[in-house]
Design a protein around this ligand. Structure first.
Ligand SMILES: [Zn+2]
Length: 322
């Protein structure tokens, strides 16, 4: 008997997902795709605010074609919740006047945008359909530190872009609609999809950052992946599940780290603790080696996450999942 090694990250995930456009409130749209990255759009009086850009312009156009069945207003603002390639490299398809992100996202693009592109393409090749259509790295036109508000015009209310603290990356922002009470949370919250924490700040994310997200009191939440959470109970459940995932990781990796164990021991203990609840969720096996490595670094006192490269991805994968 020989055991078969797990295929690297999501490289064996070649099955196209079913996309669903949901109208969450008047002029508020989300496209979910069975655990693939979610995107959204908010209709203003004369323009659209788009949230997330997908991995390539070809993939982004598939989303825009569906959005165009509901509104033909031009995309004035494109909001990027954070820098990850699968959410930003399709930006050119939107032809937006202003691309908005957090200050730290600009820093991360400059520091690691190219390496992240190669890393994510290797991990999730299916999401990079039409990669030749990417004109280069996506740069924001406008960045901010704490909060930025966009008036939607008419009686449509406003979009509040809010930084809630360090979390999934150093520069995540959420898009909050106070009038409609709808929250687009990016990868700070996942709804029945595994977390990716390879660039994360586990201690901050699992405490104050998620507290701030919860305090908004959303009644509908679009997470980074997974179904839309509708109703306060479902919203709180998604936030609580995200926190639980992080707390179990902190506990298990923390125990092995404190006891002088190995990274591999930490991976196995964390996998065993999380798998009964989360093992069947999208990208669980893919993410966990990178997650444990980053948390291990964090416990070692490495504050600023190390850069993932295609080579380092393989090394960590082979050490932990091989
Ligand atoms: Zn991400």
């Amino acid at each position: 008997m020989t055991s078969v090694a797990k295929p690297f990250a999501s490289s064996a995930d070649v099955q196209e997902k079913t996309e669903t456009l949901e109208v969450i409130a008047d002029g508020v749209y989300a496209l979910t795709a069975e655990g693939d990255p979610n995107v959204g759009a908010i209709e203003g009086e004369d323009f659209v605010v788009a949230f997330e850009a997908r991995a390539t312009p070809v993939m982004a156009r598939r989303w825009l074609d569906q959005l165009r069945e509901h509104t033909d207003k031009p995309v004035k603002y494109l909001v990027l919740s954070h820098y990850h390639a699968v959410r930003v490299l399709g930006a050119s398809a939107f032809d937006a006047d202003v691309v908005i992100a957090h200050d730290q996202t600009r820093r991360l693009i400059a520091e690691r945008g190219r390496a992240d592109w190669e890393s994510e393409r290797g991990r999730m090749p299916r999401l990079f359909t039409g990669e030749a259509s990417i004109p280069g790295l996506t740069w924001p036109d406008l960045t901010f530190t704490d909060q930025l508000t966009i008036d939607l015009g008419g009686d449509r209310g406003e979009v509040v872009l809010q930084y809630c603290g360090r979390g999934h990356t150093a520069g995540d922002i959420v898009l909050w609609l106070p009038r409609q009470r709808v929250l687009f949370a990016g990868d700070l919250v996942e709804a029945q999809a595994a977390l990716y924490t390879g660039d994360a700040f586990h201690a901050d994310w699992s405490t104050g950052t998620l507290d701030r997200v919860r305090e908004l009191g959303a009644e509908a939440l679009v997470g980074g992946r997974g179904a839309v959470a509708l109703g306060r109970a479902a919203v709180d459940a998604a936030i609580d599940q995200t926190r639980d995932f992080l707390l179990v990781m902190r506990e298990k990796v923390g125990e092995v780290h404190a006891a002088g164990g190995s990274l591999r021991d930490a991976f196995q203990a964390t996998h065993a603790a999380l798998a009964p609840r989360y093992g069947r969720w999208p990208i669980f096996e893919h993410c966990l080696p990178f997650n444990v490595q980053r948390l291990w670094d964090e416990l070692d006192g490495v504050d600023w996450p190390r850069v993932w490269t295609a080579e380092r991805d393989r090394e960590v994968w082979n050490e932990l999942q091989g």
